[in-house]
Design a protein around this ligand. Sequence first.
Ligand code: SF4
Ligand code: SF4
Length: 363
Amino acid sequence: MCSADEARAEARRVLEVCNVCGYCNGLCDLFEAARRPPQLAAGDIDHLANLCHACRSCLYACQYAPPHAFGVNVPRALAAARWQSYRAHAWPPGLAPWLLAHPLLGMWIMLALCILLVLGLMLAHAGPGGLFSAHEGAGSFYALLPWGQMTLLASLALGAALLALALGLGRFWRASGAIPLTRRILWQALRDALGLRNLRGGGPGCADHGPAHSHWRRRWHQLLLLGLALCLAATLAATVYHHALGQLAPYAFTSAPVLLGTAGGLCMTLALGGLLALRCRADAEPLNPLARRGDLALLILLALVALSGLALLAARATAAMGLLLALHLGSVLAFFLLLPLGKFVHAGFRLLALAREASERQP
Ligand code: SF4
Ligand code: SF4
């Protein structure tokens, strides 16, 4: 693994070649953005690395790509610099850089700890007999883990993760120029982020399998986002059922929380399958190995969240419910805790990079 300085130096080297060449200017925002600063300082490199969406089109368009002596591989150099920017700015210092240097190992450790924690609480509350028995009817989940403990665990994990995420984003934002974030700039950045404008490769899409382009990676990302949004809506609907209607989970198959959660889980599963298939067939040349392991860790964790949720729905009236509930809650807790410490940070970093880009593009 190269250091942050080495990754930035390689990114600076290839971007200086691009600034002279200018051939790829229409492919994404990055090439124009790289020409604006008189010199590419460390903060500029971190910003530019997060502006690149790794569509890989510029590698196959480049006359200076390996085996040319210049060895220009923009997506790979920027992927390394991007991952090092997460390690440099993510919070808390110490833990975040280590987890980002060992994304798969860190994910498995966090997942195991979270599942063991949930299992321990269930055993303490319901005993082994309760854990391995079938429970039916309203409130059956809470026979294994009381509602208060379940809510407290999720709230603490999410609260701590959002705080760490905000602190990490603040560090990145200051290092990459601290541009004033007006409502107009944020709105433009949000539109660019949701539309994944820089994942269009200048029009024909991403070059995932060598020079052939397609829009599938952008579509799978957007489907995954839709799945996550539906799961969030299911949680909000369940909160309304619990507090406003006085109904306890698990809910009927035709209820709003179950319909929204099922649709969300299916969207996530389909999108993750598509992204994993693209990953298996992708040309490894434009990819950075560490960033690749980080991508895989997030995909595996999200797949566990989605599949364990769907399995819990299907088997909630059986004796397997206890273990499936522990697996689902454990994977959700691990996902929350790793939000600021793994690949998921790219969403916030990229949004801030798009905001700086929107600000610099303003007339
Ligand atoms: S990637 Fe290659 S072709 Fe494109 S601008 Fe850079 S040097 Fe030029
Ligand atoms: S977004 Fe695509 S075209 Fe732009 S720098 Fe990254 S890989 Fe190259």
